[in-house]
Every structure is written in structure tokens, then in C-alpha cells.
Design a protein around this ligand. Structure first.
Ligand SMILES: Cc1ncc(COP(=O)(O)O)c(C=O)c1O
Length: 378
């Protein structure tokens, strides 16, 4: 089965894990620091903070920015549930915002403007599929409305511009992302004081960590705030360091495969819409397409599966998930709902070749052809 995404893990990651085990130190230490510096360099930032997941990263950012009960945070509904959950973790209310259009399935600025109230404190923009949200427009919106701008950059590790737009950005290294530490995440935050709060909150609000206490031979520490255990460990950091070295090359393969997908789909599946214009600054995390309205998506999914091609859907709208429907039933986001009904995510990862892309598009064309002739005879 050709999977939608697949990690590349090999000899280098194995050797890195062995080295950590042999070192006798597995919890947060020098390798985590080294990983933080290497990740920051890739994103042209002074520093980054490594954490246990992107979900933890989003929670820490909102917490450190002081967002809490009574506040509202604008979020897209076309995202993974973690974006909205992080808002609930700090006791604030997520306000779901529609996408711009089927061609630009990013949180709509006009809609965001319309949903602002006196309680709105922040907006989380998601670089959906790795496609960068428009920097200038969002920065001027945030300035004009006096809002904190946060980037959910789960899909955009290795895209240098991701992490340069908002106060802070959260990245994911989950197993299906552009690079992986199995579970893991990182934060880029621009103000030093915000970074310091985030670092402290990452580890129970403590003034020193185990490694620092060992190195300084002092067992003293204080706790100055309510914190969490959102640390990364040395095993994950070692894998991350190996992955980071190849991330730019992998993202470039993704870019070339995406371009080939676009060309072939335009030729062989003209009824299918491919979101985003080309070129667009992107880490090319996903290959989303929109099927024609009249087609049964399930029939296409089944036919592609029969031919050995896995597909998924990004995303079921968060405001339609039972938990959020019960919490805030008032949201009706027509463009998001329509996009989500028609969306299909095709395989895209750097293990793929031009031949596998061709195979997927040919399979999609055949599946669409079969479905359209069924429709015609029905
Ligand atoms: C847009 C988005 N935000 C946040 C997350 C959460 O990432 P993690 O699994 O690292 O917590 C994901 C994970 O898939 C995601 O796609």
C-alpha cells in the first residue's frame, strides 16, 4: 500500500539512539539544546524551545502569553483538533473562522475581522498543508486589532519563513510530519522574556532542570509558576538532529513531487481542483485535492485502495466534531464544510518517485472515469 505519509528512518537515527543509550543520560540535556539550536538556525531564529509535541507547544504559547478564561481566540476550523484544544486548555473560547476559498483553504482574514469582539485576544493561523499564510496581511490585522498572532506551523518544519510571522510558532515532529522524532515539537518565540516563560513552564515552572543541578552540584531549585511536563528527551533530540540534516532535501523532493502532481492532474483529471497557486511558499506537507461535487468520495477512496493507494481527508471541520458541536453549536462555516466534503489527500512523501506520482494520478483518473460512467448510466 502506498501510504499518504511515511517517515524516513535509517542507520543514522539508529546510531544516534545507540549513542544516547551508551551515554547513560536519556532525559533533557545537551542533545536537546543542540537540537534547539539547529532547528532555530533553519528558521533564521535566535533560539527555539524543544517540547514533547506541537500540542504542548501551542498550549505553552497561549499560557505564556497570558491567554485565559474570558478571552476569545480566532482559529480555523479546517485544522487538526489540537489547534482548538490548546485554546480550551487555557480556559479561553475558540472562535471558528471560515476558510478564504476552495483555492486558498487558509483562515479568512475578512471572516476573522467579522468575528472579532472586545474579548478577542489572539488569532492562531495554520499553515495548512505547509502552505504559508499571508504574512503582511495577518501582521497588519493583528496590529490594527491589537491581537496576539500565533502560528500553528505543525505542517511547516523547514520552511524558513514559518515562525517569522507571529509572536510565536508551534511545530510538530509527529511520525507523519516532514521530519519526525516520533512524538515531539518545537517553539519559536521572538521575545526573550516569552521564551524564558515558555522554557520554565515546559518543566513544572522550576528554576533549574536535573542536568543543570548535576552540572552545578547544587540540588536547590525553586518553582515560580504553575508549569507542566512538556520536555523533549535526548533520544528524540538525537533522532531529530539526524532528521534535520536531511529536511531541506526532503522538502525539496516534496516540492518537485507536488509540482508534478499539479501538472499531471491538470492534464489527466481536469475536473479535480488543486488548492493554492503555484508557486506558493510551502513545506509541501500535504497533497490536498478537491473532487468534483457530483462524485462520491467514498467510491474514489475505495477504488484507490483497491489499486494500493491510501488516501485521507484533511480535515473533518473541528466545529462539527461532537465535543465542539456541543460546546459551541452556533458555528456554520459553509466554505470549510464544502471543502471538507470534497477534499481528498493523496500520498506525498520523499520516499515517492515521479513514477509513483504518475501511478497515483493514473489511478485517480481511472477511479473518476469509472465513477462518472456509473453516474451517467444511473
Ligand atoms: C495543524 C496541526 N496542529 C497541531 C497538531 C498537533 O501536533 P502533535 O501531534 O505534534 O501534538 C497537528 C498534528 O497533526 C496538526 O496537524
Amino acid at each position: 500500500m502506498l501510504l499518504v505519509s511515511e517517515p524516513i528512518l535509517g542507520a543514522e537515527e539508529k546510531a544516534a539512539l545507540v549513542a544516547v543509550i551508551d551515554s547513560g543520560w536519556v532525559t533533557m540535556g545537551d542533545r536537546v539544546e543542540e537540537f534547539e539550536q539547529a532547528f532555530a538556525r533553519l528558521h533564521q531564529a535566535e533560539e527555539s524551545v524543544a517540547v514533547s509535541s506541537c500540542t504542548a507547544a501551542l498550549h505553552l504559547i497561549l499560557y505564556a502569553l497570558g491567554i485565559g478564561p474570558g478571552d476569545e481566540v480566532l482559529v480555523p476550523s479546517l485544522t487538526f483538533v489540537a489547534t482548538a484544544n490548546s485554546v480550551r486548555y487555557v480556559g479561553a473560547r475558540p472562535v471558528f473562522v471560515d476558510i478564504e476559498s476552495p483555492k486558498v483553504p487558509l483562515i479568512s482574514l475578512d471572516e476573522a475581522e467579522a468575528r472579532c469582539t472586545a474579548r478577542t485576544k489572539a488569532v492562531i493561523i495554520v499553515h495548512f498543508g505547509g502552505y504559508l499564510a499571508q504574512r503582511d496581511a495577518w501582521q497588519s490585522f493583528a496590529r490594527r486589532r491589537n491581537l496576539l498572532l500565533i502560528e500553528d506551523a505543525a505542517h511547516a518544519p523547514g520552511l524558513p519563513a514559518a515562525g517569522t510571522i507571529g509572536e510565536a510558532a508551534a511545530f510538530s515532529f509527529y511520525g507523519n510530519k516532514n521530519m519526525t522524532t516520533a512524538e515531539g515539537g518545537a517553539i519559536i518565540a521572538h521575545s526573550r522574556s516569552l521564551r524564558e516563560t515558555i522554557r520554565r513552564a515546559r518543566s513544572h515552572g522550576m528554576t533549574s532542570n536535573t542536568r543543570q543541578r548535576l552540572d552545578s552540584r547544587s540540588s536547590d531549585y525553586d518553582v515560580t509558576m504553575l508549569g507542566f511536563n512538556y520536555r523533549m528527551d535526548e533520544l528524540r533530540a538525537a533522532v531529530g538532529l539526524a532528521q534535520l540534516k536531511r529536511l531541506p532535501e526532503w522538502n525539496d523532493i516534496r516540492r518537485r513531487l507536488s509540482l508534478q502532481y499539479r501538472r499531471l492532474i491538470a492534464r489527466l483529471c481536469p475536473s479535480v481542483t488543486v488548492p493554492f497557486a503555484d508557486p506558493w511558499p510551502s513545506a509541501h506537507h500535504l497533497m490536498p485535492v478537491l473532487l468534483p461535487t457530483a462524485i462520491s468520495r467514498q467510491a474514489i477512496v475505495d477504488e484507490l485502495r483497491k489499486r494500493g493507494v491510501q488516501t485521507t481527508v484533511h480535515y473533518p471541520p473541528v466545529h462539527r466534531l461532537t465535543f465542539y458541536k456541543n460546546l459551541c453549536p452556533e458555528f456554520h462555516l459553509l466554505r470549510t464544510e464544502e471543502f471538507s466534503r470534497r477534499e481528498l489527500t493523496l500520498p506525498l512523501h520523499p520516499r515517492m518517485t515521479p513514477e509513483t506520482v504518475e501511478f497515483v494520478v493514473n489511478s485517480l483518473a481511472a477511479a473518476l472515469g469509472a465513477e462518472l460512467s456509473m453516474e451517467a448510466t444511473a
